[in-house]
Design a protein around this ligand. Structure first.
Ligand code: THU
Length: 132
C-alpha cells in the first residue's frame, strides 16, 4: 500500500511546473474508497502565487467532494537528502483537512521514507477547536 502510494507521488512529481525553483514536488492522497488524488507544485512568475504540491492535492480532494476522515494516507516526495519536510503553510492545511489518524508518508528519490502524523508535524496547532 505504501509502495504504491509513493509511486503515485513520484508520478505526480513528474507534472511539476517549477521553472523558477527547479524543485519538483509530488503529492498523492489515498482515499478510503481506493481513489488516488495527485498534486504537484505549480509556480508563477509572480512567485507568491505558487502553490505547493500538498495543497494542490488537498484542495483537489475537497473539490471532488471528499470530507475530513475520507483520506487513509498521504505521501509527499521531493529530491531532498532526507525525506521531504512539508512547509508550514501545508502543515496547517493538512491539519484542517486530514484526520488525526491519516498516515503522512514523507519520501525522497533515494527511497528514504519517514512516516509521521499531523500532530507530530504541527504540535499545539491552531484548529477549528480554537474557534469554539
Ligand atoms: N514546495 C512544495 O511543493 N512543497 C513543500 O512542502 C515545500 C516546497 C515547492 C514550492 C516551490 O514551488 C518549490 O517547492 C520550492 O520551494
Amino acid at each position: 500500500m505504501i509502495d504504491e502510494l509513493i509511486l503515485k507521488a513520484k508520478e505526480a512529481r513528474e507534472a511539476s511546473y517549477s521553472p523558477y525553483s527547479k524543485f519538483k514536488v509530488g503529492a498523492a492522497i489515498l482515499m478510503k474508497d481506493g481513489t488516488y488524488i495527485l498534486g504537484c507544485n505549480v509556480e508563477n512568475s509572480s512567485y507568491g502565487l505558487s502553490i505547493c504540491a500538498e495543497r494542490n492535492a488537498l484542495f483537489q480532494m475537497v473539490a471532488k467532494g471528499y470530507k475530513k476522515g475520507d483520506a487513509l494516507a498521504m505521501c509527499i516526495i521531493g529530491q531532498t537528502d532526507t525525506p521531504i519536510s512539508p512547509c508550514g503553510a501545508c502543515r496547517q492545511v493538512m491539519e484542517e483537512l486530514l484526520s488525526r489518524d491519516c498516515k503522512i508518508i514523507l519520501a525522497n528519490l533515494k527511497n528514504d521514507v519517514k512516516e509521521m502524523t499531523i500532530d507530530e508535524l504541527l504540535p499545539y496547532s491552531f484548529s477549528e477547536d480554537s474557534l469554539k
